[in-house]
Structures are given as C-alpha cells and as structure tokens.
Design a protein around this ligand. Structure first.
Ligand code: ZN
Length: 213
C-alpha cells in the first residue's frame, strides 16, 4: 500500500509540471471551416484514459487510450471529400510516415495485429519551441504537405484526416508528448491534470478553439 502510494505521488509530481511562460499552447489540430470540422463535422470520440475515466470524470475513453480522437461525423465520404489536420502550434516537422492503406475500418484491441494492425498508420510528429511534441495519427495516404525538417508557423494544413493503422473509421488521433515524461493530456479537468495546454479548451465534448498562441 505504501509502495503504491509512493508510486502515485511520484506519478503526480511528474504528471503536473509547472506551467512556465515558455510553455507551448495548442490550437485545435484540424480545420474548423464550415465544410471541415465546423458545424459538427468533427466530434470527440475518445479522450485520454485515466483508468476508466476521462479528464472530466466522464466515460468518453477506451482502455489505454493515450491521446484524443476527433472523428469525422461524415465517415469515409467526408474523408474522401477531405478534412485538413492542422499543426497545433509553431514548430518543425520532426518525423513522418506515409503510404499506408488509409481505409481501415476494424481494430480489435484484444488482437491488435489483425486487420490493418499496429504500426501501419500514416502520421506526422511536430516538435515545438518548448521541446514538446504533437502527434497527428491515421492520416490519409499521400496528403502530407510538408517534408521532414520544415519549420511551420501555427495552423497550417499539414495533411488530410484518414483511417490508416489501428483505426475503425476516419479520425485524427492527436497526442501531446512532454520530453522526459512521455504522453500527456492537453485537457485539464477534475479527473485529469490541473493545467490546460489549449489556448481555449472549450466545452466538454466540444472542440478547442482555433486561436494560435
Ligand atoms: Zn486515438
């Protein structure tokens, strides 16, 4: 019990790094134009999992989920139309993978290598001025707009949302990584972290704002 409590405390200290003025803050990582994620075009289908709860103590998560899923309400037809993922803050394109099949519609967490399996997602990882990363996963094949190493201001169209990899339908898996710690949650709430990383977090199950830092 003591060991467990110590582990929890250590985790808490690591989980809540102090916010400094140099902290990179994020905008919503996709277009909110009317024909894109605007007007209900994108919905939150899963938040980060805190052992059965999401950051707001709700149940919009699945076991072990480390990022946030923004799903296209219009499914594959909306994916074919084209919805842009956007870089959430300024930084540079640190790594990319492209060319994998992007119409995956089935994934079994108990048998993760079935169907499209793991490690077959098209993705972009951005590195930001405070050394944090943002991850953009399951992208549509051959829609990436910037080569590795390119420096970008905040809020560019970087690739289209797709369904490559461990994915049951078109969605953007957005994830935030802290150097020396790992994956963390940009949302703050009663069951999550006390500091938001969004410039405007927005309502629960709504979408964050599009203001760049
Ligand atoms: Zn996800």
């Amino acid at each position: 019990m003591t060991k467990m409590l110590t582990a929890v405390l250590a985790f808490s200290l690591l989980a809540f790094p102090a916010v400094s003025s140099a902290q990179t803050m994020f905008r919503f990582p996709a277009s909110q134009l009317a024909d894109q994620c605007g007007n209900g075009g994108c919905v939150v289908s899963a938040y980060r999992d805190y052992g059965g709860r999401d950051y707001a103590c709700g149940g919009v998560r699945y076991s072990g989920h480390t990022g946030i899923d923004y799903a296209l309400a219009g499914g594959f037809s909306k994916m074919d139309y084209g919805v842009w993922a956007m870089n959430a803050a300024r930084g540079y394109v640190e790594s990319t993978v492209d060319g994998y099949y992007d119409r995956c519609n089935y994934w079994d967490q108990g048998n993760p290598y079935a169907a499209c399996g793991l490690y077959t997602a098209n993705y972009i990882i951005m590195r930001h001025p405070d050394n944090t990363q943002t991850w953009y996963w399951h992208l549509k094949a051959w829609t990436q707009q910037y080569a590795r190493g390119t420096t970008l201001t905040c809020g560019n169209w970087i690739a289209r949302v797709g369904s490559s990899g461990a994915s049951t339908g078109p969605h953007l898996h957005f994830e935030y990584w802290v150097p020396g710690y790992g994956s963390d949650d940009p949302y703050s709430g009663a069951c999550g972290t006390p500091y938001t990383r969004w410039t405007a977090q927005g309502a629960y199950r709504g979408l964050p704002g599009i203001t760049c830092q």
